[in-house]
Ligand binder design. Structure first.
Ligand SMILES: [Zn+2]
Length: 308
């Protein structure tokens, strides 16, 4: 089972306590995968591919309207690969009542988003249960809700924004997809819609991943430092060999000669370590200063050699 299925199954069991939130969540099911049918609106349908979610829709409806005439149908999707569960409200009076409650509740602004924050969270949960998915955090950070209706995509984005979620939007195969790519934002979304087990799993993976990245960064940094040190040492040894070949190390002043000798004998030593091997001991900057003088000398010698 995918991580997305885990989250869906968890959310299918979350039943909001307040009736305002129950209406809001049902409204999302209706907006995304529902229909008002018949010339006198005799039938209100809620569709979902998950039987568990269909069961939730039925529970929400029966909780709000105990006497509501309903029917549950199972059919194959057009592609015949998935099944569709339909929770149907029968009769124009019943369907009209549910539909009117949706309209009464969603009033804020042109997009008619729920006024109360608790209801916006419930709406998002319904939207995710209808057309949402989330990638396993081991692979990537990605959560999305898709719809074919532009206005609905705007509504979802507006609700997300009102809850501090900064979603992006793309078009894919004729659908509009609102998505989150940031790990922290996905955690906030899971929290807002009440997927607390999924949230714990997500956070654990995220912490492990962060730690792995940090370790990798440290290792890379360390490797880069070692490479730099080795490269510098190789350059110094080449300078010393140039002088040795051209005029002999004995021609160097004693302090430079001593540094050159210790460097040749300890090609992998750091400047600090070379300083410690000198008699008398020398500071890192002292060693560095003398190695620079050796470089100057090597350049002079090299120039002379190429001249004649
Ligand atoms: Zn509410």
């Amino acid at each position: 089972m995918s991580f997305s299925d885990d989250v869906r199954n968890e959310l299918a069991r979350v039943i909001p306590r307040a009736s305002c939130c129950r209406i809001a969540e049902l409204n999302a099911f209706y907006d995304l995968e529902g229909f008002l049918l018949g010339d006198k609106n005799q039938v209100l349908d809620f569709n979902n591919s998950s039987p568990l979610v269909a069961r939730k829709i039925l529970l929400l409806l029966k909780g709000l309207y105990p006497e509501l005439p309903t029917q549950v149908l199972v059919s194959k999707s057009r592609s015949r690969r998935t099944q569709i569960c339909t929770v149907r409200v029968l009769g124009s009076e019943a369907a009209g009542q549910v539909y009117q409650d949706f309209k009464d509740q969603s009033v804020m602004g042109e997009l008619k988003i729920p006024r109360k924050k608790c209801c916006r969270r419930a709406y998002l949960r319904g939207a995710f249960l209808s057309n949402g998915s989330i990638t396993n955090p081991e692979r990537a950070y990605h959560l999305e809700i898709s719809t074919v209706q532009t206005k609905l995509a705007d509504k979802i984005l507006e609700i997300m924004a009102s809850l501090g979620l900064d979603a992006g939007i793309i078009e894919r195969k004729g659908s509009l997809v609102a998505y989150l790519k940031d790990g922290g934002q996905i955690v906030n979304m899971l929290n807002l819609i009440g997927a607390h087990n999924a949230l714990l799993h997500f956070e654990n993976v995220r912490i492990l991943k962060d730690m792995r990245n940090q370790v990798n960064r440290l290792v890379n940094c360390e490797t880069a430092n070692v490479e730099k040190t080795v490269k510098a040492a190789m350059d110094q040894i080449r300078d010393i060999q140039i002088i040795d070949k051209a005029i002999g190390l004995d021609e160097l002043p004693p302090k430079l000669r001593e540094v050159a000798r210790v460097r040749l004998e300890n090609p992998y030593a750091s400047l600090q370590e070379i300083g410690a091997l000198m008699v008398p001991k020398m500071s890192k900057s002292g060693v560095n200063y003398r190695l620079r003088q050796i470089r100057e000398k090597a350049r002079q010698v090299d120039k002379m050699n190429t001249k004649y």
